[in-house]
Design a protein around this ligand. Structure first.
Ligand code: TMP
Length: 208
């Protein structure tokens, strides 16, 4: 049996990552590859409860956000990621710590070293083999999110343009320098082309 892949999808709200995650899941299903899907904010019963507070709760510090997200991920690794990989299933996860670096680090000024320290503690050996970073201009992403949510927005979507510019910079800088397993994909192309580019990135991912 070849090693199952753990793939995370990243990018600004509205970049198309959830659509692409679903497309990949359909392709894997058609190829009879077992997989599970999950999301970094959510991902378990506990995570789903935390997600409500994270997105719709009171204002909080960036450190509190990081710790809430990390509680979701810790639980998700125990309940979903670890068992799935042990059973030879692929894991497709909506967001990972690249989001924390972009949103809490660049967006809200939290020290990147703190984020990385917590990530190492929470994830141990469970980190994605491939992080697909889907890049699209903020204006395009904002329009897509607004349409998808029918105008109803959460704590993050209500942040101003300057916040999202910092977040975008965080994704860009980190995708370029942080790790060779982050692949930047042009999210402005038609969905089928984005899916093809993601599949090519998967094909190039080492399976050892
Ligand atoms: P989602 O709807 O794509 O799951 O993301 C929910 C929001 O959470 C999104 O606006 C980005 C934000 N977020 C952070 O601020 N930090 C994080 O670490 C993660 C994973 C998400």
């Amino acid at each position: 049996m070849t090693k199952p892949l753990f793939i995370a999808f990243e990018g600004i709200d509205g970049c198309g990552k959830t659509t692409q995650l679903e497309r990949l899941a359909m392709r894997l299903a058609a190829d009879k590859v077992d997989y599970v899907t999950c999301r970094a904010i959510g991902g378990s019963k506990l995570g789903d409860e935390v997600r409500k507070i994270f997105l719709h709760g009171p204002d909080m510090t960036a450190l509190s956000e990081l710790l809430l997200m990390s509680a979701c991920v810790a639980q998700m690794i125990a309940e979903v990621v670890r068992p799935a990989l042990a059973e030879g299933k692929w894991v497709l996860c909506d967001r990972w710590y690249l989001s924390s670096i972009a949103y809490q680090g660049y967006g809200k000024g939290l020290d990147i070293k703190t984020i990385d320290r917590i990530r190492k503690e929470v994830c141990q050996v469970f980190n994605p083999d491939l992080i697909v970073y889907i890049q699209a201009p903020i204006e395009v992403c904002k329009d897509r999110s607004f349409i998808r949510n029918k105008g109803k927005i959460d704590r993050f979507e209500s942040m101003g343009l300057d916040f999202f510019q910092r977040v975008e910079k965080g994704f860009e800088v980190t995708a370029s320098f942080f790790s060779p397993n982050i692949k930047r994909i042009d999210g402005t192309a038609p969905a089928s082309i984005v899916a093809r580019d993601i599949w090519n990135a998967i094909s190039e991912t080492p399976r050892v």
